[in-house]
Design a protein around this ligand. Structure first.
Ligand code: MSP
Length: 687
């Protein structure tokens, strides 16, 4: 039977900077969904890539003194670049598109021409605002406090001849799509789009630029390049072969089943994208899912704030699977979540080390200790358990509820078996329901219900007590351990999309062959061969020492931050001019340090007694203790402005100010007192 197709995409990333944990979140989530679909037997096409054109890239390349192509090549294919990161994170994409790939460029030109020929793209003049970092056009009324409503950064005036796309023509159809179908999820995003963008009136969209050249040239009008979002959005179709010979599976996979995107680009995917596809008479994707952001201290991660979290650092420290798991387990996919290293370590320790890791290591250790690694024949599922299995299988088939009631005498251990097995037999369906609603965090909750139940089952059955009298309890002991192996196997199957490598090792340890790692077998209790060889291998999820790890991370993060900081940063020069007379009103004099001491109770202030040539000592307080010890300054000749009004600091008077040179080096503030030739007499005027 031919497999059902499933086409899933991530946004294609801007290679303007190295990717951070927020980008990783989006790609790991998409990967987990793609792997889940493959596990279910779908023929999956998973696309990711990079969006390499636009003004921001052109400007960054210029700053770096390289060509735009060299600039993006370095970030996409260079060491620790985008491709390296996805390889490290075990991302199973089937294809990787770069918008600078020739086949894509040619296809975008044809697409642009087609919309132009149809009359949906026309020439006009653009006058408005442009946010270069977001590559977004804005009207005056859309700005918030005069700044970009998406990122809050300043916008620039953009005025140029441009082509426009008749977005307004498609407003009603797009509105209908959003309001009356499940095209966009979560639903909260629909209200946002309709209220903020569609209902206030959709204006036609500027779709070409002439003020820079790094883009797909409009082939019928040299000088224009295609607006980067038009170029970028069509990647989802050119990567399948639309208008190019590089690929040939457009008919097989288009329309996409789902585009996974972050919330700030939902507008492009749910309004502009369907409108352009309508213009092209192409089928629309079935769904756009807008996930939330990973925040840091409640705010957005950004390179300019210097607070981006490095996925390389975290996966090197804790392992790729632990990081993947944490991202999916902790944050509800549709909402924002606050990232922190503490939370990451806590999740690793609680869920992976204590709960899952404990189940695996205790179970495999006991099979080794009590049975030499292989359970005896007859330890597998009992006839009653097989019956239970069939009841659930039939209920799934007929989509009906199972209603069974049991009445176990107090202390009957079969009660524990039945509770464990029924939890396990319901798990896959509940997991599936959550995965199908794009709620991977809730799907993982379902798996952990079984893992928790299995850990409780160990305590209820106390295998160590059974082992004291193997003659009498050997069969029960073996059955208990078999049940634990089964619970581990079933959980492992559903955890595989999240932690592919660790689950492979887990299966090896419990002796689960390929035939019992499948989706079908995740709903079959008793499928594990009872005489399988179990080995207690490496500890799959070691516990992390929170304090030590936090300290090490902090050091590593500080070092990484330093490495990317500019070596020297200077205060920008003032552009406002002062007239000469005003300047001459400031009286700068040479002063000699007669005495200097730290001000009590102040970490910063030094108190100077200075000879200023007047015959009367002058006292100045200066906040420079971080850079100088008082005794090192005695006898030095410095420069002070002497006609500032006196002011009190920490209860002491300061008459003037010492002049220093300041700059920032690798993020650290540096200060040097202006020291002049000792031959200059106290009181000499600077002019
Ligand atoms: N190039 C566009 C996408 C074009 S798709 C046709 C783009 N690129 S991006 O690199 O800026 O962002 C890629 C994705 O990463 C977006 O979905 C964005 O939401 C996501 N994230 C970036 N920072 C994020 C967080 N801090 N948290 C979660 N996702 C975030 O947009």
């Amino acid at each position: 039977m031919e497999k059902k197709k499933f086409y899933i995409t991530t946004p294609i990333y801007y290679p303007s900077d190295k990717l951070h944990i927020g980008h990783t979140y989006c790609t790991v989530a998409t990967d987990a969904i793609a792997r889940y679909k493959r596990l279910k037997g779908f023929d999956v096409m998973f696309l990711t890539g990079t969006d390499e054109h636009g003004q921001k890239i052109e400007e960054k390349a210029e700053e770096a003194g390289v060509t735009p192509q060299q600039f993006v090549d370095n970030i996409v294919t260079g060491e620790r670049g985008v491709k390296d990161l996805w390889k490290l994170m075990n991302i199973s994409n089937d294809r990787f598109i770069r918008t600078t790939d020739e086949y894509h460029v040619g296809a975008v030109q044809k697409i642009f021409k087609k919309m132009y020929d149809k009359g949906d793209i026309y020439k006009g003049a653009y006058a408005g605002k442009y946010c270069t970092p977001c590559e977004s056009f804005w009207t005056e009324s859309q700005l918030v406090d005069g700044k970009c409503p998406d990122c809050g950064r300043p916008v620039v005036d953009a005025q140029e001849e441009a082509y426009f796309f008749r977005l307004s023509k498609y407003a009603d159809r797009v509105r209908d799509l959003l309001v009356n179908t499940d095209f966009l999820e979560p639903k909260s995003r629909v209200h946002e789009m309709v209220n903020n963008f569609i209902d206030p009136g959709l204006e036609d969209l500027c779709v070409s630029r002439t003020s820079f050249t790094w883009g797909v040239p409009v082939d019928f009008d040299p000088g224009h390049v295609v607006y980067v979002w038009v170029d970028a959005l069509f990647n989802y179709t050119t990567a399948l072969g639309l208008f190019n010979d590089k690929y040939d599976d457009y008919d097989e996979y288009w329309p996409a089943d789902v585009h996974i995107v972050g919330k700030e680009i939902v507008r492009f995917h749910s309004i502009i994208w369907p409108a352009m596809l309508m213009s092209m008479d192409m089928p629309l994707p079935k769904k756009v899912f807008g996930h939330g952001w990973l925040l840091l201290d409640g705010g957005k991660m950004s390179k300019s704030k210097g607070n981006v979290v490095d996925p390389y650092l975290l996966s090197e420290k804790f392992g790729v699977d632990a990081l993947r798991f944490f991202l999916m387990r902790t944050f509800p996919f549709g909402s924002d979540g606050n990232f922190s290293n503490e939370l990451l370590i806590q999740t690793i320790n609680t869920d992976l080390a204590n709960t899952l890791g404990n189940l695996v290591s205790r179970t495999t250790a006991m099979v080794g200790k009590y049975f030499g690694g292989t359970l005896p024949a007859g330890s597998g599922a009992t006839e009653d358990e097989k019956y239970l299995n069939d009841v659930y299988a039939q209920a799934r088939e007929s989509q009906s509820e199972v209603s069974l009631s049991f009445n176990f005498p107090e202390g009957d251990p079969v009660k524990y078996d039945v509770e464990l097995i029924t939890t396990a037999l319901q798990m896959r369906e509940k997991f599936e329901e959550q995965m199908e609603s794009y709620a991977p965090h809730k799907a993982l909750d379902e798996v952990f219900k079984l893992i928790d139940r299995a850990n409780k089952y160990i305590d209820e059955n106390a295998p160590w007590a059974l082992a004291k009298d193997v003659e009498a309890n050997g069969a029960r002991l073996a059955h208990v351990l078999y049940n634990l192996l089964e619970a581990t196997r079933l959980s492992g199957i559903l955890l595989t999309p999240f932690m592919p490598e660790s689950c492979g090792k887990l299966f090896d340890q419990i002796g689960a062959g390929e035939d019992v790692r499948t989706w079908d077998s995740a709903a079959q209790w008793g499928a594990l061969h009872e005489s399988t060889a179990v080995t207690k291998g490496e500890n799959l999820f070691p516990r992390v020492d929170m304090e030590k790890a936090l300290e090490e991370l902090e050091q590593a993060e500080a070092a990484a931050r330093k490495a990317v900081l500019p070596p020297i940063e200077l205060e920008p020069q003032l552009t406002e001019q002062v007239d000469f007379d005003t300047f001459c009103k400031s009286d700068f004099r040479a002063v000699k340090v007669k005495a200097c001491e730290a001000v009590k109770k102040s970490a910063k202030l030094l108190k100077f007694t200075l000879d200023d040539g007047t015959g009367t000592d002058r006292q100045i307080l200066s906040g420079i203790h971080a850079w100088y010890e008082p005794e090192d300054l005695i006898g030095k000749t410095l420069v002070a402005i002497v006609n500032l009004p006196p002011r009190k600091m920490m209860g002491q008077e300061s008459c003037g100010m010492l002049i220093s040179a300041v700059h920032t080096e690798k993020g650290e503030e540096k200060l040097h007192l202006l020291m002049i030739d000792d031959a200059i007499p106290a009181g000499a005027k600077m002019c």
